[in-house]
Design a protein around this ligand. Structure first.
Ligand code: ATR
Length: 468
């Protein structure tokens, strides 16, 4: 309880109501509900879940009922009772005290809820608030979740939550879907999969200004939940007081996601690995940048369909042009021969410069070099790398959790070289540190990430990303 109270104090200003998960507490701490309720000093929900309902309590049912009864008597404003929970004493106390009942159903393995339960939940008395928490497992399940919202749309008070990464959007957009509240957890604590902290809800997702009319943007990819793009876009919306929000959407099936995006009228989305090519088939119009890159990282919804753009290429070039005139680059070293290397080579092909690939695995280097008609070398050909004006590092060596590694151990940079590392976590890799120490001009992946994101912001909203 002391840990709970500490968390509550840390988050008091950020929340409207606190849920006490009694099933997370040692039984001996549950004896003084009056004391707990008083000390909470904020509107409160009492919840005591059994393991079979997704909670932690394995003990005696009589004790659980008695403790719930104590909570109602102690003045908790809400009590969460599972659908099917039948205990007349608690029900009588609830009526007597005017406690609101949250009547809950959970599905931790999908979005299905039996017809009988739906019917029962729809016919609950107005004094009870139906709560349905489901766990979408795929893009297809998103449509099932939307179906639940539509089934309950006429019910004034309800709570419908999608758990996990696929359901994350429902926590952010709860007002859009008419849910009474959204759940979050402070610090390390987590009451359910997909919870984020109250600070993140407020500071990253501008939760306090989201309304039913808020325009929805986002990013699709797999994995995508750790993307930094929500920080960038949402900060821009906040600065301009725009009624918009940007959310990560993990996707395992782009066709299903597009159905979901159409239903939800998503206004635009960024596209990341592995869908930059695949998404092109959904576009009604493509900008020249998509053709040039053979990849699309920005989709904008227009009256006449979806429009696709690629801001990665400009995002890559702008930091470079800030440091050197492109026609002065005569020889370029690409470190790595994966997907990112291919995209960079495609962008650089237009320059009047020789491009060389340096890769650990010869076979992959050979395939890429044949595709673009350029030469390749082993990664250890340091004397060849030394002849290049620009080095572009495209491997994941140096990226968290490999931050103590460099793809070119012992390589001595020439101070005239421009060194570009696509990695942005950490901001400065060992590779870039060594280059900077040798006096090179360096560019990190964060600069590129910001520029491509700011260009997307303009495509989404029509206005430039705010200064500073
Ligand atoms: P991405 O799409 O991000 O480019 P990728 O297609 O998996 O990812 O490519 C990763 C690149 O990093 C490859 O060129 C890989 O080298 P191999 O072709 O030899 O696999 C390179 N890479 C990964 N780990 C490496 C390491 N420890 N040392 C050198 N190169 C490495």
């Amino acid at each position: 309880m002391e840990e709970n109270f500490t968390l509550l104090e840390q988050n008091r200003d950020l929340i409207d109501i606190a849920e006490l998960r009694m099933d997370y507490l040692p039984v001996k701490e549950l004896r003084d509900m009056n004391g707990i309720r008083k000390r909470m000093g904020i509107a409160a929900i009492a919840t005591f879940r059994k393991v079979c309902d997704g909670g932690r309590f394995r003990g005696d049912e009589g004790f659980r009922r008695k403790t719930l009864l104590d909570a109602v008597q102690a003045g908790f404003e809400y009590v969460d009772l599972e659908y099917g929970f039948d205990f007349p004493e608690v029900e009588a106390a609830v009526l007597n005290k005017g406690t609101a009942v949250i009547r809950s159903i959970h599905n931790f393995s999908g979005v299905e809820v039996s017809k009988g339960s739906i019917k029962g939940m729809l016919s609950l008395p107005d004094s009870e608030i139906p709560k349905i928490a489901v766990y979408p497992q795929s893009s297809k399940d998103l449509l099932g979740l939307l179906q639940l919202y539509s089934t309950f749309k006429d019910r004034e008070k309800k709570i419908i939550v999608g758990m996990g990464a696929y359901g994350f959007f429902s926590r952010i957009l709860y007002r859009k879907f008419g849910s009474l509240l959204t759940y979050c957890s402070g610090a390390e604590a987590s009451g359910a999969p997909g919870h984020i902290s109250p600070e993140q809800l407020k500071d990253v997702y501008n939760l306090d200004i989201i309304t039913p009319d808020t325009a929805v943007y986002g990013i699709i990819g797999n994995p995508v939940m750790h993307s930094r793009s929500p920080h960038l876009h949402n900060a821009g919306y906040r600065k301009y007081s725009m009624d918009a929000v940007y959310i990560p959407f993990p996707v395992d099936d782009p066709d299903q996601f597009m159905r979901f995006a159409n239903t939800l009228s998503i206004k635009g989305f960024s596209v990341t690995v592995p869908y930059k090519k695949d998404v092109i088939r959904f576009l009604d119009n493509v900008d020249q940048s998509v053709i040039q890159a053979d990849a699309c990282n920005t989709v904008v919804r227009k009256d006449n369909g979806y429009e696709g753009w690629n801001t990665d290429i400009e995002g890559f070039f702008r930091p470079l042009e800030k440091r050197i005139s492109l026609q002065d680059i005569k020889r370029i070293a690409i470190i790595g021969a994966g997907g990112a290397a291919g995209a960079v080579i495609r962008a650089l092909k237009g320059l009047d410069a020789q491009i060389h690939i340096f890769n650990r695995t010869e076979e992959k280097a050979r395939i890429l070099s044949q595709k673009f008609g350029i030469r390749y070398f082993p990664l250890s050909s340091y004397e060849e790398i030394e002849r290049c004006d620009l080095i572009v590092q495209t491997t994941n060596v140096g990226m968290h959790p490999l931050e103590d590694k460099t793809p070119l151990p012992g390589y001595r940079f020439r101070k005239e070289q421009i060194v570009y590392d696509l990695i942005y976590t950490p901001e400065e890799t060992i590779f870039l540190k060594e280059a900077a120490a040798a006096g090179c001009r360096t560019i990190n992946g964060l600069e590129m990430l910001f520029i491509q994101g700011k260009l997307q912001f303009k495509l989404f909203t029509g206005v430039d990303y705010p200064e500073n």
